[in-house]
Design a protein around this ligand. Structure first.
Ligand code: NAP
Ligand code: ZN
Ligand code: ZN
Length: 351
């Protein structure tokens, strides 16, 4: 298979910084498009993977799954895109397309494992996939999204993971008006969860460990804010929420948040800390509570979310960085010190 080289940023081992490297991309095949990457968001999953916190990272690792750019080449059978179009890629670049989940459009739950944008198995080149911290990417058009033209492009990038990962569970649990929804952990995912749940008509309650986010959460659309380190504030809100989306990246006591749910309420985890989270039986039993999880979203859901954000003028709150600042950005991410998503300006890699 024909390949070409591009500049990328990645890491060779869990404990080393990310640095510039050269990777190969395949030349477009019939159904592929080549995208010149303009912006790429920085998800906490990038950090978990680069540092092998979930185990199973294949090195070198080039993270990045919040990709927006412009189409520079199309294969002979491509019909959704033409050269010059804006396009986006999220967390998946393919799936088996044959299993029950793929057949009814839930590729994220592919029974044979969807192919992740990075650290997945590249079936074309028979090695690991490389993500969006790179100049260009080549992807089958079926896994490429259309981008609303009216949105700021850099602030659109985080929709591709943080947006759809919060959109999908909110839709699955049919969140709308009449629901009181808690969003725990106001980082990249959490702040998108607040904006989307509010736009869906829910009453949104932010639950944060950061005093500096209390006022700001209201600007994002929160109706109420609970500082979770204040036991009195937590106690005053026991048994009040229908649904909680837990977007926390680190170890935390889920039992404390389950107390906020009403009878039959659901806490869905999207945050994926390195270590298991202990659940007390009596956090669930007495009020028939549900403890659930959700992963990213399908291609169809991702497009629906992007179109919805276009209509409602919703984007992420971002801090634009050069790729050379990625290691400092990871350290700040660990401290919760970003309002609310780092996005890499990819011209910094190209120049
Ligand atoms: P992030 O920007 O770093 O946000 C995480 C937030 O969690 C922080 O801003 C902080 O919010 C809160 N937090 C951090 N440490 C905490 C602690 N010890 N106790 C309580 N709260 C704490 O991360 P992200 O990019 O939004 O990702 C969040 C998690 O979702 C990561 O684990 C990521 O890997 C995972 N993820 C999962 C999926 C999926 O498909 N399920 C997709 C993407 C990402 P406050 O300051 O408000 O407390
Ligand atoms: Zn992500
Ligand atoms: Zn499948």
């Amino acid at each position: 298979m024909q390949t070409f080289s591009v500049k990328a940023f990645g890491t060779e081992a869990p404990e080393t910084d990310l640095e510039q490297m050269i990777i190969d991309r395949r030349e477009v095949t019939a159904k592929d498009v080549e995208i010149d990457i303009l912006f790429c968001g920085v998800c906490h999953s990038d950090l978990h993977t680069a540092r092998n916190e979930w185990h199973g990272t294949i090195y070198p690792n080039v993270p990045g799954h919040e990709i927006v750019g412009r189409i520079t080449k199309v294969g002979d059978s491509v019909n959704k895109f033409k050269i010059g179009d804006l396009a986006a890629v999220g967390c998946m670049v393919d799936s088996c397309r044959e299993c029950e989940q793929c057949k009814h459009g839930s590729e994220q739950y592919c029974e044979n494992g969807n192919i992740q944008t990075y650290n997945g198995h590249d079936v074309h080149l028979n090695k690991q996939t490389f993500g969006g911290y790179s100049e260009r990417i080549v992807v089958d058009e079926d896994f490429v999204l259309r981008v609303p033209e009216n949105l700021d492009l850099a602030a659109t990038a985080p929709l591709l993971c943080a947006g759809v990962t919060t959109w999908s569970p909110l839709k699955h649990w049919k969140i709308g008006s009449g629901h009181k929804v808690g969003i725990v952990g106001i980082g990249g995912l959490g702040h998108m969860g607040v904006k989307l749940a509010k736009a869906m008509g829910a009453h949104v309650v932010v639950i944060t460990t950061s005093p500096s986010k209390v006022e700001d959460a209201k600007r994002l659309g929160a109706d109420e804010v609970i500082l979770s380190t204040d036991k009195e504030q937590m106690r005053a809100n026991y048994n009040t929420l229908h649904f909680i989306l837990d977007c926390v990246s680190a170890q935390h006591d889920v039992n404390a948040y389950l107390r906020l749910l009403k009878v039959d309420g659901t806490l869905a985890l999207v945050g994926a800390p390195e270590h298991p989270l202990p659940i007390a039986a009596f956090s669930l039993i007495p009020a028939r509570k549900n403890f659930a999880g959700s992963t990213i979203g399908s291609i169809k859901e991702t497009q629906e979310m992007l179109d919805f954000c276009g209509e409602h003028n919703i984007t992420a709150d971002i801090e634009l960085i050069n790729i050379q600042d990625i290691n400092t950005a990871y350290e700040r991410l660990l401290k919760g010190d970003v309002k609310y998503r780092f996005v890499i300006d990819m011209t910094s890699l190209k120049n």
